[in-house]
Design a protein around this ligand. Sequence first.
Ligand code: FAD
Length: 385
Amino acid sequence: MTELTSIVGRVREIARTVLARDAAAVDEQARWPEAGLRALQSGGLGGLVVPARSGGLGLGLLALGQVCEALGRECASTGISFGMHCVASAVIAAKATPHQRGRYLEAISAGRHFTTLALSEPGSGAHFYYPETRLVAESPTSYRVSGKKVFVTNGGHADSYVVSTVASEPDAPPGHFSCVLVAADAVGLSWGPPWDGMGMRGNSSRALELRDVPVPRQDLLGEEGDQIWYVFEVVAPYFLMAMAGTYLGVAASALDEATAHMGKRTYGHSGGRLGHVPVLQHRLGELWADVQRTRRLVYWAASEADEHGPEALAALCSAKAEVAGCVVRVVNDVMTLCGGSAYRDGSRLERLLRDGRAAHVMAPTTDILRTWAGRAVLGLPLLGD
Ligand SMILES: Cc1cc2nc3c(=O)[nH]c(=O)nc-3n(C[C@H](O)[C@H](O)[C@H](O)COP(=O)(O)OP(=O)(O)OC[C@H]3O[C@@H](n4cnc5c(N)ncnc54)[C@H](O)[C@@H]3O)c2cc1C
């Protein structure tokens, strides 16, 4: 058994026990899925993508996708919450200083520190790579950060936030920005109301205002102004794979629901079973193929990116866009296959439908990804004319 197979097996066990037990309540109560996330941390998975030299498991995009699929099958909120922790861990690790390795990465690997991303803003929306949050150099050892963030997954629960800001030089061009790590207990953070989404109700994606928040210079990630490198080399690949895996898990879960329902639904008037109706068998076959071909693309894209292959960029963009289409199609069609019992309020499929619908709107969004994939194929830079 490979190390990855064994790790995914451990995640499936946590998903089958803790997540399966809590998922409905997490959704109903819009409750952050703490038990599942802590189980992942205490199971040694907090440092999934943290390099081994900092105590982590040192795994990459393929592992992240498979772990998020296993989580998303039971609870999409847990999949995205854990996924965002992993994306932020990868951002911290990409150019970590000895201080950041000792203070953050080792704690993440030991399951003692949970981190997340605060990139999106009300002004730039889906174009999260154009922040307006200001970074002002206050002294040789500190900055002040001011601005507004929205949709901060794990908001109010994480120990630290990877916050994107414009570069501190006043004339820096758009896209020339910096990321800093802001501690949860920093002075000047104020959280918006609790998250009350249509779906993904446990992921606590909240608004955050930062008012003159003091940040030590040693918590600057990389160099000032080199964030476009982070966005395309680290944030986008890990972000895309966390989302692709999670929503693939939602699609796979819906397929399981259809298979189980068609296997057991029997008519009183004829004794016939739903699963014996040829047109429905045909439809189930199409859905199975949709999930399988999307899964193959997702994991090939992850491997291509892990190995720095030439088609990695187009593949990653397309993988998340394809998953978004797949999950919406599959859950919607499974609702039809499962009939009125699925349409009733509070069915598992109802939750999957609401959760899956977020896949298209979480940035990078589907239309933007299709354009990026085309530009990557043409050999053009992703941003620009
Ligand atoms: C459940 C959930 C979790 C999230 N978690 C995080 C997180 O952890 N961290 C974080 O930083 N953000 C997060 N986000 C924010 C997310 O990534 C997007 O930034 C946000 O959903 C954009 O919303 P908006 O209304 O501002 O979109 P808008 O920017 O107003 O866009 C509306 C639509 O227009 C499309 N559009 C806009 N411009 C173009 C264009 N040039 N070409 C083609 N189409 C275009 C968009 O694709 C979108 O479909 C999360 C969002 C959700 C829903």
